[in-house]
Structure formats: structure tokens, C-alpha cells
Design a binder for this molecule. Structure first.
Ligand code: URA
Length: 234
């Protein structure tokens, strides 16, 4: 592949901008300054790029990654009142049209997936796929047997005629629940808890399908492994 096309794929701008980067002497491939933008490279053999003084470890395409979302970030490219979750990722991914897989509310923390593969977004957010998502819920009022029963049996959400139930509910302590749901309705967890007679004080997504947040620190991201993608059929 020609170097400038590779740079474009990695999110360094349009083909013209990428040609200019090489012509301006601003690109190094594996430590060697690049002179010709048409130089043929094997993407698999590029371990390190330096572009305009910035080190870039090339991403395998399509990109699949997880972020530990902190509170106070909007899951939107055009946020209204808070910074965007996309500002927590390298800007090159924005140039690759990366998208979030579903949304987390501004005050929700935890596992948020991103990809440049539209089919992945569709597959994982499709109501037919029923991908389970596990949330840790800090309640405003102490947990009761009644609350757990309601969530397990199902509650009616406003503007929705169907009863909606959790796949699983586990009481962690007096004010903490783990709840798994496999739909992705708007504010679903908060609305279910409210319909069952309590309120959510804090919400954190621990897992999406078989993927768990693990040790990833708040605000940090990492690529998914091949095995993790394969678990979703990709
Ligand atoms: N349910 C909610 O209410 N909010 C989220 O952010 C995710 C699930």
C-alpha cells in the first residue's frame, strides 16, 4: 500500500493532506524518514509511525476498542453541555469516523465500546440480538425484596406497553444492586428502578456481553483483542 493512503487510513487527514505531510518531511516509518509519499509499505510491518513529531502505533482496521467512561462526558460527537467521550480518544480515531456502540448517560460511568465498523454497532445494538449488559447500581433508598421482585418480574415503563424485566438481579449490599438487562432502551436502568419504587444515585456499566471492564482505569481505553471481537462474531 502507498504510504500516503496508509496515513489516510490511520486518520491523519485527506489523501492530499497526507501527501503533504510526507513531502514536508514530517513522517517517519519504523524510525526511517519517509521521502516519497508513494513508497510502498506493508501495513503489517509498520510498528511505529512518527507524524509531525507525534508517535503513533498503527491501529489494525477496523478499530474496536473499549473506554472506561468517566462521569461528566456526553456520548455524542456534538455534545451540548459537557465534553464529548470522543475527546478521551486519540483525534486520529475521529478522522476514521469512529462511533460509539450505544450510549451511556452523562452521569453514567463504565464500559463503552467504540468501532469504525458500522456492522458491529448494528449487531450489538440491535434489539433482536439481546446482548446482555451488566450494571452496578447505587440506590438512593435501601434495597427491598419488593424492589428485586419487581425488577425480576418486570415493570411497565411510560410510553411502553410491554412489561420489561431484568435478566438477573443480585443484591450486593443494602444500597447496591447488580442488574443485567439485554435491551437498550433510553435511560432504561434508571426508568426501571424508578418504576419499581426506588431511584438510581449512581450507575456504572461493568460488562457488555462477555466483555468486562476489568482493571481499565477511568478515562483509559484499550483495543479489543481478536478473541474478544470473535466472541461477538466479528
Ligand atoms: N440505563 C440508564 O438509565 N442509563 C445509562 O446510561 C445506561 C443504561
Amino acid at each position: 500500500m502507498e504510504l500516503y493512503r496508509f496515513l489516510q487510513q490511520q486518520g491523519f487527514g485527506s489523501r492530499k493532506e497526507c501527501r503533504k505531510l510526507v513531502e514536508g518531511g514530517l513522517v517517519e516509518v519504523n524510525g526511517v524518514p519517509a521521502g516519497d509519499y508513494r513508497e510502498l509499505i506493508d501495513p503489517e510491518q509498520v510498528d511505529e509511525l512518527v507524524v509531525d513529531g507525534e508517535i503513533w502505533e498503527p491501529a489494525s482496521l477496523p478499530v474496536y476498542l473499549m473506554l472506561h467512561k468517566p462521569a461528566g462526558y456526553e456520548t455524542s460527537h456534538k455534545p451540548m453541555h459537557n465534553p464529548s467521550v470522543f475527546s478521551l480518544l486519540p483525534w486520529q480515531f475521529g478522522m476514521m469516523d469512529i462511533a460509539a456502540v450505544g450510549r451511556l448517560d452523562v452521569d453514567t460511568t463504565g464500559l463503552l465500546l467504540f468501532t469504525t465498523n458500522g456492522q458491529f454497532v448494528h449487531a450489538l445494538t440491535s434489539p433482536r440480538r439481546h446482548v446482555p449488559k451488566c450494571y452496578e447500581i447505587l440506590l438512593k433508598h435501601p434495597v427491598s425484596d419488593d424492589l428485586v421482585k419487581h425488577l425480576e418480574k418486570g415493570v411497565f415503563l411510560k410510553d411502553d406497553n410491554e412489561r420489561i424485566a431484568a435478566d438477573a438481579v443480585e443484591v450486593v449490599d443494602e444500597v447496591t444492586l447488580l442488574m443485567t438487562i439485554s435491551q437498550g432502551k433510553y435511560h432504561q436502568v434508571k426508568r426501571m428502578v424508578a418504576a419499581a419504587g426506588n431511584r438510581v444515585a449512581e450507575l456504572h456499566r461493568r460488562a457488555f456481553g462477555t466483555l468486562e471492564l476489568g482493571e481499565l482505569e477511568e478515562g483509559e481505553w484499550r483495543f479489543l483483542t481478536r478473541e474478544e471481537c470473535a466472541a461477538f462474531g466479528f
